[in-house]
Ligand binder design. Structure first.
Ligand SMILES: Cc1cc2nc3c(=O)[nH]c(=O)nc-3n(C[C@H](O)[C@H](O)[C@H](O)COP(=O)(O)O)c2cc1C
Length: 216
């Protein structure tokens, strides 16, 4: 049984290694698109299903549910929007994240940058968010999807330094899904074994690293 790679995917194996830690890892997944038929939202959904099957406690956050304006320091001086606080609290409650990034003009989307900028900005006088941000120490896995051949890979090359600058631990395994319009079955799952395995490898590495680092 232990010769079967599936054995090592099962929560009980990681529970044996790390106490009950890995199976219970809280994983936050969000995509940098709010488009109704977004490939990246679909990939986030597929990754969430893979992570749940691996025993993680998954929160799939749709950025469309947050009422967050374009960042403006004058606006912020009048008071940080409540949904920014909600976002920071949600990020903080999850030691592991997977960000699924569309590619616009060879980089990540304005939506993703705006979301990260608000979440990283201190909240003056706030008991929790006055002196820190929810990024440092998080283990972050990166996925992207595009209908182009490169699958949005270049957006990930820009997201890497941004997140490192915020003191995140970036999982070395990343996956860019090309030709995304052909990649999903009607139920939202990834059609090909190769794509599923690539997404699974990112999910597994994020959960493994979060357990090893004991990230909060
Ligand atoms: C302004 C703009 C720039 C784009 N630039 C790129 C690009 O550089 N590379 C790429 O693969 N796709 C590019 N695209 C196509 C997007 O990948 C495509 O719209 C994709 O569906 C967006 O992700 P989503 O499906 O998750 O919304 C661009 C789209 C827009 C609107």
């Amino acid at each position: 049984m232990r010769d079967n790679p599936q054995f090592y995917r099962l929560p009980h194996f990681w529970a044996m290694l790390f106490g009950d830690n890995r199976g219970m890892t809280k994983l936050l997944i969000f995509a940098g698109s709010t488009r109704q038929h977004s490939f990246n939202r679909r990939l986030a959904h597929a990754a969430a299903e893979l992570a749940r099957a691996a025993g993680a406690d998954v929160t799939h956050l749709e950025l469309s549910t947050l009422d967050i304006p374009m960042y403006n320091a004058d606006l912020e001086a009048q008071g940080t929007p409540p949904d920014v606080i909600r976002l920071k609290d949600t990020m903080d409650a999850h030691p592991a994240w997977i960000i699924v990034s569309p590619e616009y003009n060879g980089s990540y989307t304005g939506l993703l940058k705006n979301t990260i900028d608000w979440a990283s900005s201190p909240v003056k006088g706030h008991a929790v968010w006055g002196g820190r941000d929810p990024f440092a120490g998080k283990v972050v896995g990166l996925l992207s999807a595009s209908n182009g051949a490169l699958g949005g890979l270049r957006s990930l090359s820009h997201l890497n330094p941004l997140l490192q600058n915020l003191q995140c631990w970036i999982a070395p395994k990343q996956f860019a899904l090309g030709r995304a319009s052909e990649a999903f079955a009607d139920d939202g799952s990834l059609k090909s074994d190769a794509h599923r395995h690539s997404a699974q490898a990112v999910v597994d590495q994020v959960l493994w690293a979060a357990a090893r680092l004991g990230s909060k």
